[in-house]
Design a protein around this ligand. Structure first.
Ligand SMILES: Cc1ncc(COP(=O)(O)OP(=O)(O)O)c(N)n1
Ligand SMILES: Cc1ncsc1CCOP(=O)(O)O
Ligand SMILES: [Mg+2]
Length: 217
């Protein structure tokens, strides 16, 4: 896939689904395909934590999910593992404050999409200086999906970033559901990123549809 143009990034980030094998109660390939049918616009492969696949199994699994994304023209982003992203020719990489530095990752991935997690306005400014295409801000609400997540911070940082006139595309993350998604957009977010709201839903397609409706109104 060719690089998503920055001007299209805000729209593309609208419903960002993140998933690894240990986030699913059903077959992950089925979950991803259903999520796409329900309207997700962006996908992050995040294979980490308890029972996560490693080595060749992780690579094979990543390729299967990537080919589903390619079939539907959904950008395929790899979490943390920059070398995997490069070897798969993924559309991009998402890194956090504790991962490899953003400027180093930008140097390695050229013009692929670079997403960076940020928890303060200063971290957002630094991510921009280092070449981030978008930032993930959170946890907005409380989450049990990420073992080492910080305390929930609500939408305050998103508001602060926008009040400073910073225009980088922003997605909120952490504990987001159809019921609490709208404040993320109202505070200046361009999209929501979710794991469990879709990966653990009985009907992932319906859940994605509900999330989309919640932010489309
Ligand atoms: C869109 C998005 N935002 C934030 C994160 C969290 O990244 P990080 O802080 O590096 O934590 P891990 O996901 O690596 O555990 C994300 N993955 N995606
Ligand atoms: C990866 C990540 N980063 C901050 S919170 C979080 C987990 C989000 O998962 P969920 O949508 O299930 O709360
Ligand atoms: Mg990370």
């Amino acid at each position: 896939m060719t690089k998503v143009l920055i001007k299209d990034m805000c729209e593309t980030l609208r419903l960002y689904f993140i998933m690894g094998s240990n986030n699913c109660t059903m077959d992950p390939e089925y979950v991803l395909e259903q999520a796409i049918k329900g309207g997700i616009s962006f996908f992050q492969f995040r294979e980490k934590g308890t029972d996560a696949l490693t080595g060749n199994e992780k690579v094979i699994f990543a390729k299967r999910l990537q080919s589903i994304c390619q079939k539907y023209s959904i950008p395929f982003i790899v979490n943390d593992d920059v070398e995997l992203a490069i070897s798969l020719n993924a559309d991009g990489v998402h890194i956090g404050q504790g991962d490899e530095s953003a400027d180093e990752v930008r140097r390695k991935i050229g013009d692929k999409i670079l997403g960076v997690s940020a928890h303060t306005v200063e971290e957002v400014e630094k991510a921009i200086a280092n070449g981030a295409d978008y930032v993930g801000i959170g946890p907005i609400y409380s989450t049990t999906t990420k073992e080492d997540a910080k305390s929930p911070q609500g939408t305050t940082i998103i508001n602060e970033v926008r009040k400073k006139g910073i225009e980088i595309p922003i997605v909120g993350i952490g504990g987001i559901t159809a019921e609490n998604a709208l404040p993320v957009m109202e505070s200046g977010g361009n999209g929501i990123s979710v794991i469990s709201a879709i990966s653990r839903a009985n009907d992932p397609a319906e859940s994605a549809r509900e999330l989309k409706e919640a932010i489309d109104c």
